[in-house]
Design a protein around this ligand. Structure first.
Ligand SMILES: NC(=O)c1ccc[n+]([C@@H]2O[C@H](COP(=O)([O-])OP(=O)(O)OC[C@H]3O[C@@H](n4cnc5c(N)ncnc54)[C@H](OP(=O)(O)O)[C@@H]3O)[C@@H](O)[C@H]2O)c1
Length: 263
């Protein structure tokens, strides 16, 4: 039941009809017996600044989830950023502070690392290969460095984007060996596909699977299909496989904690 005292949360996206967050978070609110509701807000890039101005004035607004295509522009519109959001220049969640200011951060990377750890694959001390340099990959690179990987190689079709992530992460974690390299798993313990390759049946493989060896952990962040051609190839080679759903499962908790300011 929505009442006059219900706390308001929103998700901004364009398009919006495909988002699943309203179902997930409204059922979370119900389970926690919270007087809160999350609603979709369909806004395009041109309207985002005006909507953020309105958010600052909305005293019963708790927070906002940010998704495609707004993650980078939203980071620029926030009044303050958490460490991952600042380093990567991207946010996927915002908390409205009591003074009306907007604090943004990203939990793509923290969700991924938390999912890995919960499946028994702590990345600490591991040599990681990350393929892809989009929004999700940047956040994952930050969180892998934060989690203490020994080294991180980033490979991407557009090499300049991989270099940009290396530079941003190196500025915060100078102790981690970071390099731009090829999508070749040789010499790595943890191999991650953070490209969108694998969503379509016709996609090429994101990396050279002939170089996978038994015992490597091969992780996807793609959720559909759950079993991608990369994971099937990795299983054949005797690797541990890690599914995209684990990242999302952990992100929901982290985002809710940040937006609701609970722990
Ligand atoms: N599990 C989760 O919770 C979760 C969370 C966020 C995202 N995701 C998934 O992660 C994937 C990436 O999301 P994103 O937001 O990072 O996307 P994005 O910013 O659009 O980045 C896409 C990445 O894929 C690469 N790529 C796309 N087509 C390619 C091709 N034909 N050949 C080689 N590389 C190609 C891009 O390379 P270029 O830089 O060269 O274009 C870029 O590195 C999506 O499948 C998304 O659904 C999952």
């Amino acid at each position: 039941m929505i009442t006059g005292s219900t706390k308001l949360y929103a998700i901004v996206a364009d398009p919006i009809a495909q988002v699943k967050t309203p179902e997930v978070l409204n059922s979370y609110f119900a389970k926690q017996n919270m007087d809160a509701v999350l609603v979709p807000v369909h806004v395009d890039v041109n309207g985002l600044a005006a909507v953020f101005t309105a958010f600052r004035s909305m005293k019963n607004l708790g927070g906002v989830i940010v998704t495609v295509p707004h993650k980078t522009v939203a980071a620029q519109l926030c009044d303050d950023l958490g460490p991952a959001g600042r380093a990567i220049g991207s946010v996927n969640v915002i908390r409205r502070m009591p003074d009306g200011s907007l604090l943004g951060d990203t939990f793509d990377g923290a969700g991924f690392v938390s999912g890995l750890c919960r499946q028994g694959h702590d990345p600490k001390g591991k040599r990681a290969l990350l393929v892809g340099s989009g929004g999700a990959a940047g956040a994952i690179a930050f969180s892998l460095a934060q989690a203490g990987v020994a080294s991180l190689t980033i490979a991407n079709r557009t090499r300049a984007k991989a270099q940009d992530i290396v530079d941003r992460v190196a500025a915060v974690f100078p102790q981690v060996t970071l390099l731009v390299g090829a999508a070749d798993p040789t010499g790595h313990d943890l191999v991650i596909n953070a490209t969108s390759l694998g969503m379509q049946a016709s996609d090429p493989l994101p990396l050279d699977v002939s170089r996978l060896t038994p015992g490597m952990v091969v992780a996807e962040i793609i959720m559909k299909p759950e079993q991608t051609p990369l994971l099937l190839a990795a299983q054949d080679k005797g690797c541990f496989v890690h599914y995209g759903k684990h990242m999302l499962e952990q992100q929901v908790n982290l985002i809710a904690q940040f937006m609701l300011d609970t722990d």
